[in-house]
Design a protein around this ligand. Sequence first.
Ligand SMILES: NC(=O)c1ccc[n+]([C@@H]2O[C@H](COP(=O)([O-])OP(=O)(O)OC[C@H]3O[C@@H](n4cnc5c(N)ncnc54)[C@H](O)[C@@H]3O)[C@@H](O)[C@H]2O)c1
Length: 412
Amino acid sequence: MIQVTWKIKHLLVLLASLSILLLVFIKYSRQRSAENVHNLHLYQDELEYNKHLLQEASERIQDLENKILALEARVPKTYPEVKFLNYLSRKRILITGGAGFVGSHLVDRLMLQGHEVIVADNFFTGRKRNVEHWIGHENFELIHHDIVNPLFIEVDEIYHLASPASPPHYMYNPVKTIKTNTLGTINMLGLARRLNAKILIASTSEVYGDPDIHPQPETYWGHVNPIGPRACYDEGKRVSETLTYAYAKQENMQVRVARIFNTYGPRMHMNDGRVVSNFILQALQNDVITIYGSGQQTRSFQYISDLVDGLVALMNSNYTLPVNLGNPVEHSINEFASIIKDLVGGRSKINHLAEVEDDPQRRRPDITRAKKYLNWEPKVDLNTGLQKTVDYFRQELHRFKHSQRNKFLPKL
Ligand SMILES: NC(=O)c1ccc[n+]([C@@H]2O[C@H](COP(=O)([O-])OP(=O)(O)OC[C@H]3O[C@@H](n4cnc5c(N)ncnc54)[C@H](O)[C@@H]3O)[C@@H](O)[C@H]2O)c1
């Protein structure tokens, strides 16, 4: 009995100790949670304060950015140095399609010579970026305009270049391509007639179609499929030439017609689907270089600065019949592929795919006329021109922000 009482006593003592421990623990936990709540409030306050500081800092940064922008606006934009021409020798020149590949180089040339240049372009294949280095210059104006609609401005000369030029672009909307080359040309010829201005039409070697004489002189009438996939461009350009000579005869106008052969150089459209841009892009990206057909078909490519020399010489000449502007040095497509592969380096393989419909087999200009009447012939050899083009494409591929400008200025 004494033993049982003793055990109960022990048990009671144990229970009492446990209760005390529990009470202490509860009290301690309450204290801790009160402390936690207190700390949480402190953290929240601190967070709020930091947020406030951050907000204040970003407002100050914004203020500073606005000030920098305002200061930058006060610093005059720098332009390439242009020659000064007095009002007697300075011409006002319209270039349709001046934001495109050829047009933008012509803009550079005429601007550097000191003329006033107006570009009218609908930006279908052209880009502002090609002429951005002139935007804001007192001699330069850029008009967003589709030449299928009439344009009323005052100019002394017109270079009419507006038209998509590469097969994927002109086949994209064949009816529009025809309209641009017919209605557009009528609008420009009408403008030239009203202003008594000289007009140069950019025609093409495609008016010869798939030629059965070689090389092609201007007297050759061509071999064009009028209903093939390229007809919208080939026949569009042929009508453009017909319209030009009809206006010249009927309205006694001064006209020039340049039959341009394949041209390449910086500012070519990156994906215009033509041989040079395709091969360079494929080689730079170590992709397979694709050749359509056997690769035995030939092309002759002129560098852009040679073409611009020819266009300006033609406009300034007294010669009114069509003139071929192209480089007569002919290479097979296979040769082009290996020249470009060697220039770029890299590990691209060459692959042959099925031939494209109506792809001309031989293309080479006879430039006797240009030599005789314009004293013109190409100067830039293929390796030099291709190297500049490869450098340009490489730079474009590495471009990652807007401020990297598309500058490529020929020297005066
Ligand atoms: N690059 C060549 O190898 C080559 C060969 C033969 C002929 N051409 C001729 O030279 C001219 C220029 O060719 P490119 O290589 O610079 O081509 P591109 O595509 O780079 O330039 C053509 C320009 O015309 C503009 N344009 C097209 N349709 C228009 C419209 N309806 N209204 C206003 N602007 C319009 C485009 O936006 C672009 O800026 C074209 O007429 C083309 O047929 C070029």
